[in-house]
Ligand binder design. Structure first.
Ligand code: C2E
Ligand code: CA
Ligand code: CA
Length: 679
């Protein structure tokens, strides 16, 4: 069972070019607006000043009229004007009255002069409009139209012709913009005068030219910046693609799977959807590579990826992890659909190679909809996809023992198992230090004489937290995580210590066998380690027997043989445990100088009708005897079996018929002959 790994994952988001483009457009618009505002404020400023110039002329005309009270003044100045009485009725007009009285504005600058002046737009030209707050708004759009009219009429002047600032002011082209200015007259009534605000086109053009150049420079810099940003983004995106791509299949890799899959499942939008995480393993991929070639193997992986991809919709994710491992994230409606899809996928994968039937293991984990108290789906905002994948893989690993194709779903039992594995792993070190592991002894009896002839030391965990735990609940975990080697040392030391104590107490000691796990056999000096542990307790080697499980004989035979030989040299008895439990190890019997053969309990589980099992047991005992080995029958529970084994001259029986594994003190009593055997 695997140990849960949690890692901080990199969040990857591809930068998109269109955001840069959008920014570019936005900035361009902002720049244009800024330019427009600058130009129009500048012109407004000029115009305001020009209007002020007009006020002087207005004052002269007013004084002239008030001094003489004669309308003759109008001829003198030749400017369009009119006078109204206190009721606002027009009593005199010179020229044309084109004053637009609908939008008057008092002039800010009026205080400088004697009276208050009010300004009105001209009906013929509305380029200058009072803004109601004592100033004029310059309508640039309308002005440009006026300017256009002017430019059309005077083709020699264009926006980009130079020639402004000619020495002869009189040849400078002007645009004249009319406004009406009114002032109160002494004795009531008002005088309205049409004033011409003149704008020198050449000056204006020069200004516009500068603005245009600045704008172009800005724009060029800006475009360069944007090009730089876009090229950076595209380089980054290319690198990112590389980073997320699997080199063998050219498809998605592990990083892509998690960085894309997790946000997808977490999205609020997807809260109503059910997902399935698949962990797919190409079984015996290495064998395939050895038989064919790595190149062929790679081609096979590509084909697997393609088949996987072909079975997914666009929204689903496929990825190739390491060597023969693939992953997928599916959107499903439920368990039934998942079952159908994985079966179909498996069928397609198995026939990928026309010459061989390949096998695959598929483990799956369903990510269900999470609901609130009212049954409404809520976002899976803390979901950890890696954990889900580990669950799918855990489900898949259930199939590890078989080379045939298969599918497995993660269920509650597996979650429980996973939790238990984590708990045991977490507690193992402290449990060992606190001596929570105790040694139980299961006696071995001679079936012919019913005499106590030996015992096997079996571990038990007396946990203050979990109570009494039997070894099948933790030994396989220790075998997986490697802690078993420490356990073996612990058991050897404790069994040796007990034996020494009993010996010193003058008890009639019998050999005690201790299990040594196959994980240990990769250590070259295993025999010396065992010897040193026993010697540290001062126990005679003849009182200790080493049990090696049958499957261990399939690992490194040469090393095993060396270890067995040396153990025997040091005076230990060596036995083969679980003989006949699955692997045929007759070959090992041929090579290994073993002392004891322990017949697996399976031989004694239920009797076959034609008595074939008895024949096998009898022959195994005979074989062992011919090889100078003693036999121990394990798991014997009934009298008939004992009688049969006695008949066959089986040396010892270790089974519930005689005794269950028992605490040290109980076994000690048996040694001192105080109690009879159980049965
Ligand atoms: P094993 O080495 O084959 O041990 C024999 C197992 O068969 C023991 O289970 C024992 O209680 C059980 N047994 C004995 N007689 C009978 C019987 O008549 N009927 C039935 N139903 N069972 C019987 P236990 O103690 O639960 O140990 C299970 C396995 O755990 C052991 O199988 C061994 O593989 C492992 N184990 C136990 N203690 C240790 C240890 O100290 N070190 C290592 N490496 N493995 C250990
Ligand atoms: Ca054993
Ligand atoms: Ca056994």
């Amino acid at each position: 069972m695997l140990i849960k790994r949690k890692s901080k994952r990199l969040k990857i988001r591809k930068k998109r070019i269109w955001t840069a483009v959008l920014m570019f457009l936005l900035m361009t618009a902002m720049l244009a607006a800024a330019m427009l505002i600058t130009v129009s404020s500048f012109i407004s400023y000029i115009v305001d000043n020009k209007v002020n110039e007009q006020l002087e002329m207005m004052q002269i005309m007013q004084s002239d009229y008030e001094e003489n009270r004669s309308t003759g003044f109008a001829d003198k100045y030749g400017i369009d004007c009119f006078i109204t009485n206190t009721e606002g009725e027009e009593i005199f007009v010179y020229g044309r009255n084109t004053c637009d009285m609908s939008a008057p504005a008092a002039l800010e600058t009026a205080a400088m002069y004697r009276n208050e002046y009010t300004i009105y737009p001209d009906k013929d030209s509305n380029v200058l409009t009072p803004d109601g707050e004592g100033s004029l708004t310059f309508e640039i759009g309308k002005f440009l139209k006026e300017a256009e009219k002017y430019l059309k009429a005077n083709e020699s002047v264009s926006l980009f012709t130079t020639g402004y600032g000619s020495d002869d002011e009189s040849v400078d082209p002007y645009i004249r913009l009319p406004v009406w200015i009114s002032t109160e007259l002494f004795g009531g009534g008002k005088l309205f005068v049409k004033s011409m605000v003149t704008v020198n086109i050449n000056y204006l053009m020069a200004f516009l030219r500068i603005v245009a150049i600045v704008a172009i420079i800005y724009l060029v810099i800006f475009v360069l910046m944007i090009i730089n940003v876009i090229s950076n983004i595209s380089v980054r995106n290319k690198l990112m693609k590389q980073f997320l791509r699997d080199v063998v299949t050219g498809g998605n890799n592990r990083v892509f799977y998690f960085s894309k899959g997790e946000p997808t499942v977490r999205k609020r939008f997807n809260a109503k959807k059910t997902y399935a995480v698949l962990s797919i393993q190409f079984v015996k991929y290495l064998n395939f590579c050895i038989c064919h070639s790595i190149d062929e193997g790679d081609k096979m992986l590509c084909a697997v990826y393609d088949v996987l991809r072909s079975q997914l919709s666009r929204r689903e994710i496929a990825a190739h992890f390491d060597s023969a491992e693939f992953a997928a994230l599916l959107e499903i409606t439920g368990e039934q659909e998942l079952r159908e899809r994985t079966e179909k996928l498996l069928a397609l994968l198995e026939t990928i190679n026309p010459d061989h039937k390949l096998s695959f293991h598929i483990g799956s984990f369903i990510i269900g909809v999470v609901t609130d108290d009212n049954g409404k789906p809520v976002r899976r905002k803390t979901l950890d996809l890696e954990e889900c994948y580990n669950n799918a893989r855990t489900a898949r690993e259930v199939l590890l023992d078989s080379d045939a194709s298969g599918t497995a779903m993660f269920d509650e039992k597996l979650i429980e198992e996973q939790r238990w594995t984590d708990t045991v792993t977490e507690h193992q070190k402290a449990a060992l230090e606190n001596e929570e592991f105790t040694v139980y002894y299961q006696p071995k009896y001679d079936p012919r004489t019913d005499e106590l002839r030996g015992a096997e030391a079996l571990i038990r965990w007396q946990s203050p937290e979990f109570g009494f735990v039997t070894p099948n609940r933790f030994i396989p975990i220790f075998e997986d995580n490697g802690f078993i080697t420490e356990i073996d040392h612990y058991m050897l030391a404790h069994a040796a210590r007990d034996q020494k104590r009993w010996l010193d107490a003058g008890l009639n000691c019998v050999p005690v066998s201790v299990n040594v796990s196959r994980a240990h056999f990769i250590e070259e000096d295993l025999a010396e380690q065992i010897r040193d542990i026993i010697d540290a307790e001062g126990t005679p080697h003849g009182l200790i027997e080493i049990e090696l499980t049958e499957s261990a004989f399939f690992d490194d035979k040469k090393m095993m043989l060396e270890t067995v030989k040396r153990l025997k040299e040091y005076g230990f008895t060596v036995s083969m445990d679980d003989f006949g439990s699955g692997y045929s190890s007759l070959n090992s019997l041929k090579d290994m100088p073993l002392d004891v053969l322990k017949l697996d309990a399976e031989f004694f589980r239920g009797e076959s009708e034609d008595g074939r099992d008895r024949i096998v047991v009898a022959e195994a005992i005979r074989l062992a005897r011919n090889l100078n080995m003693r036999t121990v029958a394990e798991g014997v529970e009934v009298r008939e079996q004992v009688d049969f084994l006695a008949e066959q001259e089986c040396d010892m029986i270790q089974g519930y018929y005689y005794a269950k594994p028992m605490p040290r003190d109980d076994f000690e009593k048996r040694l001192s002959g105080k109690t009879d055997r159980e049965g």
